[in-house]
Design a protein around this ligand. Structure first.
Ligand code: ACM
Length: 651
């Protein structure tokens, strides 16, 4: 995952054992590529972790895996560079060929995903693969500003990104709640705007190099003119209102905005960009531009007088003026402005880029007007939607479908967004992975790759493989549950946690009590966005309902799981009596037990070839409708397989 363009399986397999060695075999006269050598070293080390077989890294003798890379490619990963590769595996060895380092790195990741465990040990099937991406811009946006994301979190996610062939790390670095980069020119930005949580310039350079080694571009975002409260704490003179300002603790959109009417604002930004553009080598520089509230500009006599002088009729016109000034400041440093879709305005030059988050319409509109764009609407990981929902969104679908070929060519791909209001560094991996792998496939694989069951089967396998990259989407789950029980054996909580799904931004926002100071230690924080075990039960239930005689394995699985739910509540209630963080879950646990009992009854009826009693069906239908309303900001996913049985296999 992502599924390659062409996969042709052949007879035979390559066994992985201690004689497995990989080497870069350069064309005669080619310049050495230390970065790719290092990448191959990391690949072999990962294979060692994945298999538990200690393998040697690079070798000069004829290697089992030969990597032929025609050219190192560009100095830094570059938008639109050739990322293709071919991979041939036979029982004798493997040959990976790529025109650039980027393609070679992708091919290594593919090889790693082909490793399976069979009777004879770890092996890779004989195969011929030809592969290249559908879109050149395949990104993940991480918000390090709302909740702080330490360096190791960023780096391990870069490793996982590389594993699914994502190539843009969009780094959201400033917000109302924090300014996260050291500025030497304007040190009060981080001194007063970050609670001491910011990346030093050396650390930023380190991340850029780390990403570069993995074929990933880093596009920084400094969101202006809204979302800027943290800037204003140290530099209130930049604000429309005089201040003083404090770091925002609340979520939601602040009214604070930079003052567009003062030359001093642009002078500040000029010096700021001078410093920040030097830190980030990628030509694209993101200025945010989303959700600017008109209120402060409308109520400021100074801004209004200035707007009138400049013939700017409303806040949108003011923002477009501001963006034009900013664009020139970036352009003179060789940077291309990218912004959220609010920046779309005819006064801006056609070489800027638009990131559509409010819908697919703005992406099509941008393309029609001559702008390039990427899609993020539909890829908001923080909504904690099922992978299938994201997988069903295509950058070329919806309004884009009707575009002319030239207009379509301006749609460069997409980015998934990991906003961090309801995510800390501890659970952020589980909010990104494994669902991000499904979106990565949407960005890479042919448009015809749409089989949802196949996607889930592969995503679940890849989820386990991703563990070896270092991301902690699975690893942190157990400790977070054990924290909730105060160190008591957490098995009853785990049974419940596996049967629920955490709710995303919307419902949590509506719960209405959060600030950046709120502890994130409840089940809604630990539970996964999508329950793998419940999904397996749904599939089993559909099979049992459709073919009761031919699905004894599925029936056995359901019986075991329903019995586990039914028997869990007594133990859970005991645990909850001693664990304050579990109290709110007491009714959810009772409902889970009821679902287990209902499921067992339904299985009994199905096995006897009887239809369940009408009164039972009616009663359960009412109960399930009640249980579908979230409690404690989790969704009781366990209703779904019971519902499938209740409806005789219909979803
Ligand atoms: C955004 O989600 N405000 C870009």
């Amino acid at each position: 995952m992502p599924l390659p363009v062409t996969v042709r399986l052949a007879a035979g397999k390559l066994t992985l054992d201690a004689t497995f060695k990989a080497a870069l075999v350069s064309a005669p006269g080619a310049r050495p590529d230390a970065r790719l050598d290092a990448g191959i070293g990391r690949f072999v080390a990962r294979l060692s972790r994945q298999t538990g077989i200690t393998m040697l890294g690079l070798t000069d003798t004829p290697p089992k895996m030969r990597i032929e890379c025609a050219s190192a490619g560009n100095d830094y990963p570059t938008l639109g560079e050739d990322e293709s590769y071919t991979l041939d595996v036979t029982s004798v060895g493997a040959v990976l060929k790529a025109p650039t380092r980027a393609g070679a790195l992708h091919g290594l990741e593919t090889f790693g995903q082909l490793v399976t465990l069979d009777q004879d040990g770890f092996e890779v099937p004989a195969v011929h693969i030809e592969d290249s991406p559908r879109f050149p811009w395949r990104g993940l946006m991480m918000d390090s500003a709302r909740h702080w994301m330490p360096l190791d979190v960023v780096k391990r996610n870069l490793d996982a990104m590389a594993a699914v062939k994502l190539n843009v790390f969009h780094w959201h670095l400033s917000e109302d709640q924090g300014f996260r980069v050291e500025s030497k020119r304007f040190p009060k930005l981080q001194q007063e705007g970050s609670d001491g949580r910011y990346y030093t310039q050396d650390e930023i350079r380190g991340v850029v190099e780390y990403a570069r080694d993995r074929g990933i571009r880093v596009v920084p975002e400094f969101d202006i003119p809204g979302h800027t409260t943290a800037w204003l704490v140290g530099y209130p003179e930049l604000g429309t209102n005089p201040g003083p300002y404090e770091i925002s603790r609340k979520w939601g959109v602040s009214e604070n905005a930079l003052d567009p009417s003062r030359e001093e604002t642009y002078a500040f930004l000029d010096a700021f960009f001078e410093e920040m553009t030097a830190l980030f080598p990628d030509p694209y520089f993101h200025i945010g531009g989303d959700e600017v509230k008109a209120k402060q500009w409308t109520e400021s006599a100074r801004v209004q007088a200035w707007a009138k002088q400049n013939n700017l009729k409303d806040a949108q016109a003011i923002q477009a003026f501001f963006n034009q000034r900013v664009q020139k400041l970036l352009q003179k440093r060789g940077k291309i402005l990218i912004g959220w879709d609010e920046v779309l305005h005819p006064d801006l030059p056609r070489d800027i880029m638009v990131q559509s988050w409010r819908g697919q319409k703005s992406l099509a509109e941008a393309a029609t007007k001559g702008y390039r764009g990427i899609l993020s609407w539909g890829y908001y990981l923080d909504h904690l939607s099922p992978a299938a929902l994201h997988y069903g969104v295509d950058p070329m679908s919806g309004d884009a479908d009707k575009l002319a070929p030239e207009e379509k060519s301006r749609i460069l791909g997409g980015e998934m967004c990991m906003w961090a209001e309801y995510t800390t560094s501890e659970m952020v991996d589980s909010r990104i992975w494994p669902r991000a792998a499904a979106i990565a496939e949407r960005f890479w694989s042919p448009a015809s790759t749409t089989d949802v069951d196949s996607m889930y089967a592969r995503m679940e396998a890849v989820s386990r493989l991703l563990e070896w990259t270092g991301v902690q989407h699975r690893a942190n789950y157990g400790p977070m549950l054990e924290r909730m029980t105060g160190g008591r054996p957490a098995e009853p909580l785990r049974v419940l946690a596996d049967a629920v799904e955490a709710l995303g931004l919307g419902p949590r926002q509506r719960a209405g009590k959060y600030t950046s100071l709120t502890p994130m230690n409840r089940l809604a924080d630990a539970a996964r966005p999508e329950s793998e075990s419940v999904r397996a039960m749904e599939l089993a239930a559909a099979k049992v309902a459709a073919d009761p005689k031919g699905s004894s394995a599925e029936a056995a699985l359901l019986r075991r799981e329903f019995a586990r739910w039914a028997g869990n509540d007594a133990r859970f209630q005991e645990l909850a009596a001693e664990s304050p963080l579990l109290v709110e879950l007491r009714p959810v646990s009772r409902d889970l037990a009821a679902l287990g009992n209902a499921g067992l009854k339904l299985l009994d009826a199905i096995e006897k070839g009887q239809a369940p009693a009408a009164a039972f069906v009616a009663g359960q239908t009412t109960e399930i409708a009640r249980m579908e309303k979230p409690v404690a900001e989790v969704n009781l996913a366990a209703t779904r397989p019971v519902k499938v049985l209740l409806k005789g296999g219909k979803k």
